[in-house]
Design a protein around this ligand. Structure first.
Ligand code: SF4
Length: 211
C-alpha cells in the first residue's frame, strides 16, 4: 500500500491560481528541497505523519470542496505523489491541483492533474534551482507563478516570460508580490505599464484571514 508523509490536511479558499477564491481541500506533504527566504511554511520541511493513498482519497471525498490541492513543502519529492494525484483524479469528482516549486521534473504529474509551477526569482535565494526543462513539459492546463520581491525580480520574470512565451504555453501566468515586502499596487503599476500577459495575484486566502 502506497503511503506518504503528510503534515496536515485542511479546507481553505484556494489563493494562488486561476481557481483562487474557490473552496479547496488541501493535502500538505512533508519535505522541501529549497529554503526560500520568504517561506511561510517552514513547519513542512520535515516530519509528517504517514498516511495511505486510500485514507487521503477518503478524506478528500468527505470534503464538499470542489478542488483538492496537493502542496508542501515540495510534493514531487515524495515517491507516492503520482499515485496519490492519480487516485484523487480517479476517485473523486474534484479538480486536482499539484503546487510545485519548479525544481523537480514535472513529468511525474499525471495527465488530467493540473500543475501550478513556481519559477523561483532571484529574490527567493533559490533561482539557481529552477529546472528549465520543465518549461517544455508545461501542458495547456498548467499554470506558472512568480513571487516578486522587488523590481529586479520583476525584470527577471518579464525576461523569462517573454523568452519562453510562457503565456502561450499554459493556462495562466501569475505574478504575486512577496508578502510584506512588495505592495500589490506597485507590482500592478509595473504590469500595467508593460501590458504584461499575466495576472496579478494576491494570496487570497491570507487577504480573507484564512490559512
Ligand atoms: S519551495 Fe515552498 S515550501 Fe519550499 S522553501 Fe520555498 S516557499 Fe518554502
Amino acid at each position: 500500500m502506497c503511503r506518504l508523509k503528510v503534515v496536515e490536511t485542511f479546507e481553505s479558499i484556494q489563493g494562488e491560481s486561476s481557481w483562487a477564491g474557490m473552496p479547496c481541500f488541501f493535502i500538505r506533504l512533508a519535505g522541501c528541497n529549497l529554503r526560500c527566504v520568504y517561506c511561510d511554511t517552514p513547519y513542512a520541511y520535515e516530519g509528517g505523519e504517514e498516511r495511505s493513498v486510500e485514507e487521503l482519497v477518503a478524506a478528500a471525498r468527505a470534503s464538499r470542496a470542489p478542488i483538492v490541492e496537493i502542496t508542501g513543502g515540495e510534493p514531487l519529492l515524495q515517491e507516492g505523489l503520482p499515485a496519490l494525484a492519480a487516485a484523487l483524479r480517479d476517485g473523486t469528482s474534484k479538480r486536482v491541483l499539484v503546487e510545485t516549486n519548479g525544481s523537480l521534473d514535472l513529468a511525474r504529474v499525471p495527465p488530467g492533474v493540473v500543475a501550478i509551477v513556481d519559477i523561483k526569482c532571484p529574490g527567493s535565494g533559490e533561482s539557481e534551482r529552477v529546472l528549465w526543462s520543465n518549461v517544455e513539459r508545461l501542458r495547456a492546463c498548467d499554470e506558472v507563478k512568480f513571487v516578486i520581491s522587488d523590481r529586479a525580480d520583476y525584470d527577471w520574470a518579464v525576461d523569462v516570460l517573454r523568452r519562453f512565451a510562457l503565456a502561450t504555453r499554459c493556462r495562466a501566468v501569475h505574478l504575486s508580490p512577496a508578502a510584506d515586502v512588495l505592495g500589490p499596487a506597485v507590482l500592478a503599476g509595473w504590469m500595467l505599464a508593460d501590458g504584461l500577459p499575466a495576472r496579478l495575484q494576491v494570496q487570497l486566502h491570507k487577504v480573507v484571514g484564512l490559512k
